[in-house]
Design a protein around this ligand. Sequence first.
Ligand SMILES: Cc1cc2nc3c(=O)[nH]c(=O)nc-3n(C[C@H](O)[C@H](O)[C@H](O)COP(=O)(O)OP(=O)(O)OC[C@H]3O[C@@H](n4cnc5c(N)ncnc54)[C@H](O)[C@@H]3O)c2cc1C
Length: 464
Amino acid sequence: MKLTPYNNASTAAITKRALVIGGGIAGMQASLDIADAGYEVVLVEREPSIGGHMIQLSETFPTLDCSQCIMTPKMVEVSQHPNIRLMTYCEVEDVTGDVGQFDVRIRKKAAYVDREKCTGCGLCVEKCPTKVPSEFDLSLGKRKVIYVPFPQAVPPKPVIDAENCRFLTSGKCGVCKKVCEVEAVDFEQTDTMIEERVGAIVVATGYDLYAKEKVAEYGYGRYPDVISGLEFERLNSASGPTTGEIRRPSDGKVPREVVFIQCVGSRDREKGVPYCSRICCMYAAKHAMLYKHKVPDGQAYVFYMDIRADGKGYEEFVQRGVEEDGTLYLRGRVSRVFQHGDKIVVWGVDTLAGKKTEIAADMVVLATAVVPAAGSRKLAKALDIVTDEYGFYTEAHLKAHSVESGKPGILLAGCGQSPKDIPDTVAQAGCAASKVTALFSASEVGGSLLDLPMRFTASKSLRE
Ligand SMILES: Cc1cc2nc3c(=O)[nH]c(=O)nc-3n(C[C@H](O)[C@H](O)[C@H](O)COP(=O)(O)OP(=O)(O)OC[C@H]3O[C@@H](n4cnc5c(N)ncnc54)[C@H](O)[C@@H]3O)c2cc1C
């Protein structure tokens, strides 16, 4: 089939290979869908493993499925799919060309380990004498300097953290090299550049949470027992630093009263971002519920502005937390969070009861704003696509072309476009993949595809 141009624009051949940037659930799903349709995929992930944030989660709303049980087989499927070339610890540097024929330069970062030779035996990690805070456990736990980020990592091969490696910084140590039987440790390794030609690109780079310093007024970064929602996920995870027991970071005690605060940075025109982060109402309800399951005599409080539980089964989930697990919801903003003895005191207003509230809690969990992943603007520039004022990738048309970027052949999936939960992320990734396979089903690309998003630029912006 040849797609007929609707104007006189020239046509071009299509390279039927896709690039997917970002190996979270969005990028993994898009890769699998494109690969299952019979097309090759190059999946580029900048971390040493795929999995994104979802592999950090303990259980997921609204069904409380174990996140790792969903993710682990999917991650293995991605790595073993004959049509997927997995490139972890790599970053896209530069993209030229157009739909059908993009030329991509990818930086393969020096891992100081030949990951082809490495058998993943783990001896180097075991013998490495230096420990540093683990990024995967958000510094609540430690990892070695030669490390696999988490036990289920894909690929299960280590990288060396050059900044903290004693051999690379001072020429001392080198234990990992000495114990490696297959001689995979290579301190001479440098970054290398790889070039790939692809016909379409799916951008699935996901999100970060608001930086600690931006929400310092809640004591985050100052008091160890004020943590983020993602940190709570790691505390609750069986593979986390407390093997799933809810223990507060300062002294390891089981917290008897926990305050969950929503909209920390979100929906805050003065100090934060004006948009709703969409997932916090649900994960705060989940956290309160999971906490109560682990600490049956404990009490969870949730400070909220209003509850946005608009997915399938979501409202029922929130109600279940209130009715079965006794979560106490307090409608109002928090005015102050401070340490008093070994308690974290939270002052707020219960606007429904019309009175001030004070809770002397053992731990406080903040639902901090969802923001685009670091580097999203730089990547958008390399791809020649547009971001909004916050750095989320802008779709060609919010209603009619919500997964297309403004540039033909470049599709968007997941939280890099806007904050969303896992069901919406997976659905959007499938949609982006189907746009790619539709493009690849044509023999050449012409004016209709080249001009597609332009036909919708009359769409009103959100502010109009
Ligand atoms: C505390 C918390 C609890 C949650 N609980 C739930 C829940 O119970 N149920 C639910 O439905 N949702 C939940 N969510 C939401 C869920 O995490 C997201 O919907 C999902 O992870 C989005 O996936 P993603 O692939 O878009 O992004 P991410 O998971 O962020 O993955 C993006 C990937 O892209 C990589 N990347 C970034 N930039 C680049 C680059 N330039 N080059 C290459 N790779 C790059 C990243 O390293 C990462 O691997 C929760 C979120 C939080 C914060």
